[in-house]
Design a protein around this ligand. Structure first.
Ligand code: ADP
Ligand code: ASP
Ligand code: MG
Length: 441
């Protein structure tokens, strides 16, 4: 069966019975498609809270929270379905998921159980939509993501497995059905339940779209596409109508929450357009991400929090050959990716976004030089085509930020981006100043 389109709906797009009902006209057109759903907004956060309580041994509060969430879903079912028959089967479906969570909560708790609980939100939202389509008389089928979505031993998607198994699932169904699957959840190399990290439903959509070579991957959310700055911190941000894969990947990696950081890679590798659309305004064209895009000097800004910086001052000359290799090998040993690097004659500064082994890395590095670490840092990434500037640089950025203490500057690594490091306490002001100077109205 040839699938032409992937339509992924995020948490707010399935966040209430009303919102779920509003998806029906969008997904029941004649085009063959796979619909990918996130959990209803807030659910994954609640489930993570529950797993934290269970890790802390507080079974009573965890069970109370599970019951509170069950009550929320009973209400959703009552409002979502019209007929008594569907209200009843909907309730039974909800109860079977929540009974299994109560059961997990009553037993010894570990990572495997944690991931099973965290993935329940997507199983429930897809079951809710599936039943709604059936109640309304549409042909609809659920394809369990656990039957085809898989990551390898490094946590990377196992493309071969995904394609083989997804195609096998598709052979079971006819092209007239609306096919629905869960975002976010997957199996790991041991076959256990796992997930693609927070916001991972975008990644699911892009992986499915890429292995099936669809015509378009659509990410439906609560805003009219990619904005030129983070609307959570800055007023009067504007939608960008065209972005290149490289620009979108850079912005997503450096914190633009609208897209999961890895979600552009599979689409770019297979040259499949990605369109960001708003479920609240389906008539809006949204943002189209393709291999080419309009050349604009300053296009967008994003910020990524939770960054740690490590500075190493070498006891000898830094550039003595072999020194950097020794530094990088320590990061490899702890499987910790590096985001930004700047160097001088005797020192090097490196940022990481995963502080899990920060202390161990610092200890090992101290054999090579004097080490300092700092947490609570933010990377600000500015994307544009700086080659368009007559000066060949980006002077407006530094003029805009002349009141913000900058700790690192990375420029020249790519033609389309410039990254800066500052304390997280300066983030909001830095984003605001960049909008004011780079995107004046
Ligand atoms: P979903 O639940 O649909 O996956 P997300 O909350 O993950 O939605 O992503 C959409 C949100 O991303 C928007 O509501 C907005 O607050 C935030 N956001 C951050 N940066 C941007 C940006 N540059 N453009 C658009 N939205 C952004
Ligand atoms: N429900 C998951 C999360 O909240 C996945 C997603 O929304 O994409 O992270
Ligand atoms: Mg998201």
């Amino acid at each position: 069966m040839k699938i032409t389109k992937i339509m992924k709906f995020g948490g707010t797009s399935v966040g209430s019975p009303e919102r779920i009902k509003s998806l029906v006209p969008l997904i029941t057109g004649s085009e063959s498609k796979i619909v990918v759903l996130s959990a209803m907004s807030g659910t994954t956060n609640s489930l993570i809270e529950i797993t934290k309580l269970l890790y802390g041994g507080d079974k009573k509060t965890a069970s109370d929270r599970i019951e509170a969430l069950r009550a929320v879903y009973h209400k959703v079912v009552d409002e979502l379905y019209e007929t008594d028959e569907y209200k009843k089967t909907g309730r039974e479906m909800i109860d079977s998921h929540f009974n299994s969570m109560i059961n997990i909560a009553s037993r010894p708790f570990a990572r495997l159980q944690e991931r099973a609980i965290v993935g329940e939100g997507e199983l429930i939202s897809t079951a809710l939509l599936h039943k709604l389509l059936l109640e309304k008389g549409f042909r609809a089928k659920l394809i369990p993501a656990m039957n085809f979505m898989r990551i390898d031993k490094d946590g990377e998607p196992d493309y071969y497995y995904i394609e083989e198994n997804l195609r096998r699932e598709l052979r079971k169904h006819d092209s007239k059905s609306v096919l629905i699957t869960q975002g976010f959840i997957c199996r790991n190399v041991k076959g256990e339940i796992d997930n693609l990290k927070r916001g991972g439903s975008d990644f699911t959509a892009s992986l499915i779209g890429s292995v099936l070579k669809v015509e378009e991957i659509q990410i439906w959310t609560d805003i009219n596409g990619f904005h030129n700055n983070d609307p959570r911190y800055v007023e009067n941000t504007e939608v960008i109508r065209e972005l290149s894969f490289d620009e979108a990947a850079e912005l997503a990696y450096f914190g633009a929450k609208i897209l999961h950081p890895s979600s552009i890679t599979p689409a770019r590798d297979n040259n499949i357009p990605v369109r960001l659309k708003n479920t609240l305004h389906p008539e809006d064209e949204g943002t189209l991400i393709t291999s080419s895009s309009e050349l604009i000097d300053y296009k967008a800004v994003a910020a990524k929090d939770g960054i740690s910086v490590i500075r190493i001052r070498s006891y000898r000359m830094l550039m003595a050959y072999g020194f950097l290799r020794k530094v990088f090998e320590i990061f490899v040993a702890y499987k910790t990716p590096i985001d930004m690097i700047t160097t001088s004659e005797v020192s090097i500064s490196i940022t990481i976004d995963n502080p899990q082994y920060l202390r161990e890395i610092a200890t090992d590095l101290s054999e090579l030089g004097k080490v300092e670490t700092e947490e609570d840092q933010t990377i600000i990434c500015i994307v544009g085509d700086f080659r368009m500037k007559k000066t060949g640089s980006a002077p407006e950025i530094f003029e805009a930020l002349n009141t913000i203490p900058l700790k690192m500057i990375s420029y020249g690594g790519s033609d389309i981006s410039l990254s800066l490091l500052t304390d997280t306490s300066h983030k909001k002001e830095a984003l605001r100043l960049l909008s004011k100077h780079l995107f004046p109205h």
